[in-house]
Design a protein around this ligand. Structure first.
Ligand SMILES: [Zn+2]
Length: 421
């Protein structure tokens, strides 16, 4: 009997998963570009996305509102008045030439999970949120949607302009929202019992280990910096090799060291992604090379040690080669651990579906990092093909999405028994 109920649940989730994927594909048509998908913060296509997502939320039994920074929120009421709430969601904006699932899938999974409840109410309200802005494309500042809800929105950003010269404040008005209401976006402390974010993994770990889903233990901290080596320009055919101060080999030595160091430390990601060479002329010895270094690790101390080691090595390269060395634009962001209790609820839901519950670290930033400041937060990763993301080739499978919908609904049910005590 239990087996047949489980099978029926699986069939229902399979149908919902097909619908979820169809919906992600449909939303990809709302783009600022005719070819590929680009949908930035408060753009015209975001209006039509709100129209579709709002309709799906209403169909699943939710009341829908759009707050002053453009987050769309579907409210599924509790079985009692004055109940607290659980939020589930992710973001609806995209990068340039994006895939169809990054962010969007998490919102759609939340809606399908509510739909699978068939109107059954829980001892808490559930809000499905489609954050308006996570990627930071339009105003070069990420997390505008979630910081407004968390009460950490930076008002000084309102004067910042986009590529067309529109300020953030004007963009909010253009979208038909009132900038004076941003304070009302805040979710009052204590009102939120939990936040869950389903999201594609954006990496290959689940696929490699043959798991459909995983639990995020922490979002890695990150240091970004720009390192400059300065040498002396000169003629490629006349300056003797032994007296040159060539900035490019110095930079290349450092890039190789960054890679070597990254390979030696478990869970460390160390990347040189950019290099600019001056004067960048084939017959002139380079006198200046800038390279970007991006270091990520779930443990802040390990990351700090890595940064120190790499900079010490950079210094020693510069000394040996008689080049000058400088660090610019360094930014540090600490790691954010997910909540153990809420992650355990997620684990129970996965075990209830007879799924393994592997833990993994997120190297990418997510709205969950912001929401973790105001609510116990967990993240559910969904396997994506080849670990590819931020690219049109992003792909998920319907059975994996069905697992994610069942686990998200199971999370709500498990959490409702645990909150009853
Ligand atoms: Zn995302």
């Amino acid at each position: 009997m239990t087996t047949s109920i489980k099978q029926a649940d699986r069939d229902v989730a399979g149908g919902l998963a097909e619908e979820a994927v169809e919906r992600c594909v449909a939303l990809a048509n709302h783009s600022e570009t005719s070819i590929g998908l680009t949908r930035t913060y408060l753009s015209e296509p975001m209006k039509s996305v709100h129209r579709d997502v709002g309709a799906w939320m209403r169909e699943a039994g939710m009341e829908v509102r759009v707050d002053a920074v453009g987050n769309i929120i579907g409210h599924y009421s509790a079985d009692r008045p004055d109940a607290k709430k659980v939020m589930i969601g992710s973001h609806l904006d995209t990068v340039h030439n994006a895939g169809m699932y990054d962010g969007i899938l998490g919102v759609v999974i939340g809606i399908e999970a509510i739909k699978s409840l068939n109107g059954a109410r829980l001892p808490f309200a559930v809000e499905i949120v489609g954050f308006s802005e996570e990627e930071g494309v339009r105003f070069s500042s990420p997390f505008l949607g979630s910081t407004a809800i968390a009460g950490t929105f930076d008002d000084s950003l309102l004067a910042r302009t986009d590529a067309q010269g529109r300020t953030l404040s004007q963009a909010i008005g253009d979208f038909g929202l009132n900038v004076d209401d941003i304070g009302k976006c805040v979710c009052p402390a204590g009102e939120l019992l939990a936040y869950l974010e389903p999201h594609i993994e954006q990496g290959p770990v689940l696929e490699t280990e043959n798991n459909s889903l995983g639990i995020v233990s922490a979002i890695a901290g990150q240091t970004r910096m720009l390192v400059t080596f300065s040498g002396e320009a000169g003629h490629a055919g006349t300056v003797p090799m032994r007296t040159r101060i060539d900035a490019l080999p110095a930079a290349c030595e450092l890039a190789l060291y960054v890679e070597r160091y990254g390979r030696c430390i478990t869970d460390l990601f160390a990347t040189v992604g950019q290099m600019t060479v001056e004067p960048n002329v084939s017959n002139v010895i380079p006198n200046l090379v800038r390279l970007s270094i991006d270091i990520r690790h779930p443990d802040d101390e390990t990351r700090r040690v890595a940064v120190t080691q790499i900079l010490m090595h950079a210094n020693s390269i510069a000394e040996r080669r008689k080049a000058r060395f400088a660090i610019e634009n360094r930014s540090d962001r600490g790691a954010v651990a997910m909540n153990q209790g809420i992650s355990d609820v997620l684990k129970k839901a996965m075990q209830g579906e007879e799924l393994p519950a592997p833990e993994l670290v997120s190297g990418a930033g997510h709205d969950a990092m912001i929401m973790a400041h105001i609510a116990p937060t967990a993240m559910l990763f969904v396997r994506c093909k080849g670990g590819v993301s931020h690219h049109p080739d992003e792909s998920v499978s319907i059975p994996d999405v069905a697992d994610a919908i069942r686990v998200t609904a199971g999370f709500l049910k498990t959490f409702s028994t645990s909150t009853k005590g």
